[in-house]
Design a protein around this ligand. Structure first.
Ligand SMILES: Nc1ncnc2c1ncn2[C@@H]1O[C@H](COP(=O)(O)OP(=O)(O)OP(=O)(O)O)[C@@H](O)[C@H]1O
Length: 292
């Protein structure tokens, strides 16, 4: 059975169609939901978390119908929203006890065990008795994940969790998510391909309320097969080339630039076709140039 099955999901805000008929199936492991700002990722996640109503379609979580059995579904999932405000005067442990009570863990001993377990899972034991206001961005995110893990949910939903983290914290957070996804389904939204690249089993690309892709990362990369060129050009030509072509990446080499360009035909003299990576596939979809 799929952890989540979404069929024909539509959401309208006033006259604005935020989700235009989404079909999506999630299996255990890490599922990366990619999409630029405004694509509809948060809307989709809030619906699956039972926090937002929808206009048409069906959502099943562990076989339960979200419309009829939302109250049961709530007990099966953990959610880390994009903007997660922590009470900064609390210590990490106090906050988790509070969050556990809110989740209905009324038995003191059980609550204690759960809090200790999730602190260990996110590796915050040594900081547990410090006030949250002294935590780094990465520690706050890990505490956010810890509260999502309370009750041992088999589905965890995390919305843009690496925004604002420094590179070291970002890597640490990615490793944590990869480890946790070994035993559960994690749905993670991001607009940064590298957030999911190392450990993602399946991915989808959402663009302006439409699902443009669902499959493995290899399949995502293949969307740009035959469309990615590399060219070596003098650094001062960048702006002129950028006006005419989609530059995906550039790196400097002495006084030259090595440009990675998305194009249907050789964009410059001497440009060589190269094997696409996941980022290329994602970019080709955003630009509407992908293989169908
Ligand atoms: N309550 C609302 N009322 C009206 N429009 C909304 C509302 N919430 C979201 N939208 C619009 O719906 C679209 C999708 O928003 P959503 O937050 O789901 O996208 P997103 O992919 O999560 O983007 P971001 O990464 O910027 O959060 C956006 O154009 C947004 O402006």
């Amino acid at each position: 059975m799929h952890t989540v099955e979404i069929a024909g999901l539509r959401k309208v805000y006033g006259k604005f169609h935020a989700l235009k008929g989404i079909d999506l199936k999630l299996e255990p492991g890490l599922f990366g939901l990619l999409g630029p700002n405004g694509a509809g990722k948060t809307t989709l996640m809030q619906i699956v978390c039972t926090l937002l109503d929808f206009d048409a379609g069906q959502v099943l979580v562990h076989g339960l119908d979200l419309r009829k059995e939302g109250h049961l579904i709530r007990g099966l999932l953990g959610y880390l929203p994009q903007h997660f405000n922590l009470p900064t005067q609390f210590t990490g442990k106090e906050f988790l006890h509070y969050a556990a009570s809110m989740k209905g863990l009324s038995d003191r001993r059980e609550r204690q065990q759960q809090v200790e377990r999730v602190l260990q899972e996110v590796n915050l034991q040594d900081e547990a008795n410090k006030r949250v206001k002294g935590y780094s961005g990465g520690m706050k995110r890990r505490l956010g994940i810890a509260q999502a893990l309370l009750g041992d949910p088999k589905l965890i939903i995390v919305d843009e969790p690496t925004a604002g983290l420094d590179p070291a914290e970002r890597i640490r957070f990615r490793n944590l998510i990869a480890r946790l996804s070994a035993e559960r389904t994690i749905l993670l939204s991001t607009h940064i391909v590298s957030d999911i690249e190392a450990s993602c089993d399946q991915a989808a690309v959402l663009l302006r309320g439409e699902l443009k892709f669902q499959g493995s990362l290899q399949e995502l990369a293949a969307k740009a097969e035959g469309l990615v060129y590399e060219a070596i050009v003098p650094a001062n030509r960048y702006e002129e080339i950028e006006k005419e072509h989609t530059i995906i990446a550039s790196r400097k080499e002495h006084s030259d630039l090595i440009l990675r360009i998305l194009a249907g035909a050789p964009p410059l003299q001497g440009a060589e076709l190269v094997k696409p990576v996941v980022e290329d596939g994602y970019m080709s979809i955003l630009r509407g140039m992908e293989h169908v």
